[in-house]
Write a protein that binds this ligand. Structure first.
Ligand SMILES: NC(=O)c1ccc[n+]([C@@H]2O[C@H](COP(=O)([O-])OP(=O)(O)OC[C@H]3O[C@@H](n4cnc5c(N)ncnc54)[C@H](OP(=O)(O)O)[C@@H]3O)[C@@H](O)[C@H]2O)c1
Length: 339
């Protein structure tokens, strides 16, 4: 494998046909993706399905996910019929639902166990699900909601699946971070801090920390795990019309104005949902990526991108790993895992 060439990657960006297609009857590759039922996760799943992957969609809402499966099947058939898919297309993959609510460690553990009861390998784990800029809510497990959803639960899932990931040749783990990780400005083990008024400012710090912690986990594993596995983070770009803004759309006064703004200008200002899934797909599937890309961060259009100073802080990533593991072990999870 060769190190990624930025120019090649840029050329690939709108041409998912250049990414390898599997022949499902002969070659079985498995992905587990969270947040697959909407936004950029929906389109990432569509492309993986078109590329012949078996996809476990780890989502909290079964009805929404079953509807997404039908919509993806319909869209995929349409694309094959209208010829927009390469001649390399060798057959559709398969989509399966796994229930997982990231605000509950128990639910995450169940999802991991369910996966491990039916599969012995994992070629691709995409930690995509996330929430942004919510009020200061504490989950039943006792953590701030963005912190648990975007980081601690993702940590629990990834560490539960790490053995099968390590055993699967050339497997990859992709964490969907955000440029918002720049909101985290100094090293700290945030638990329930950054809860000052007004929330509409402090919530962005909580979001930023949750995302930088996720990047740190990828970096930590990229250094720690020996083998040909890759651990990477991405920022998808600004995609205004996903479910990420739902909370803000429902707030009195501001919600109405924001909704009007998104309706009329959202698509013009940001990327489409499908464009937003591209960096994630590149990190997941590009054959141009190799060992020298382990631990990297790619931003919109798959460009390798600068990261905050804190994101690059190796000591912080080690301290957080030890801390998060201890928190989860105290609650009875990851008993056999060592830092
Ligand atoms: N949109 C942007 O501009 C942008 C920018 C930077 C980073 N990102 C990141 O991109 C990722 C995808 O976001 P998106 O924009 O595609 O938004 P989205 O449409 O809201 O997708 C988020 C997904 O996460 C799922 N999710 C949220 N909380 C969950 C929980 N407790 N348990 C299980 N699943 C949960 C949602 O499920 P439900 O459908 O059930 O709610 C949904 O499927 C997020 O990590 C986000 O932080 C987005």
């Amino acid at each position: 494998m060769v190190a990624i060439n930025q120019t090649d990657l840029f050329k690939e960006i709108h041409d998912t046909n250049s990414l390898p297609f599997l022949k499902p009857s002969e070659e079985r590759k498995v992905c587990l993706i969270s947040g697959a039922n909407s936004g950029i996760g929906f389109f990432a799943t569509l492309h993986l399905y078109l590329h012949g992957w078996v996809i476990y969609m780890a989502c909290r809402n079964e009805d929404k996910t079953r509807k997404a499966i039908i919509d993806i099947e319909t869209e995929a058939k349409k694309r094959v019929q209208d010829g927009s898919i390469s001649e390399q297309f060798k057959g559709f993959g398969e989509m399966k639902f796994i229930r997982m609510d990231l605000t509950s460690f128990e639910s995450v553990q169940k999802a991991a166990n369910e996966y491990l009861s039916v599969e012995t390998s994992l070629d691709l784990l995409i930690n995509n699900a996330g929430v942004m800029a919510l009020p200061h809510i504490i989950t039943d497990d006792g953590y701030e909601i963005q912190f648990q959803t975007n980081y601690l639960s993702m940590f629990l899932l990834t560490m539960n699946l790490l053995d099968v990931i390590k055993q699967t040749p050339n497997s990859r783990v992709v964490y969907v971070s955000s440029i918002g990780h720049y909101f985290a400005f100094r090293k700290t083990l945030l638990i329930n801090t950054f809860n000052w008024a007004p929330n509409f400012i402090s919530t962005w710090f909580r979001y930023g920390y949750s995302k930088v912690y996720g990047m740190h986990l990828m970096k930590y594993l990229s250094r720690k795990v020996e083998g040909d596995n890759l651990f990477m983070s991405v920022h998808p770009g600004f995609i205004m019309n996903t479910g990420l803004y739902d909370y803000w759309l429902q707030t009195p006064y501001f919600g109405g104005a924001f909704s009007y703004f998104l309706k009329h200008f959202g698509n013009k200002l940001g990327l489409s949902n499908e464009e937003g899934c591209m960096p994630l797909l590149k990190a997941a599937l590009s054959p141009a990526l190799g060992p020298s890309d382990n631990g990297k961060y790619f931003a919109e259009f798959g460009r390798e991108s600068p990261e905050s100073k804190l994101a690059l802080n190796e000591n912080a990533s080690i301290e957080e790993f030890v801390w998060a593991l201890e928190q989860l072990q105290r609650k009875g999870y990851l008993k056999d895992t060592k830092a």
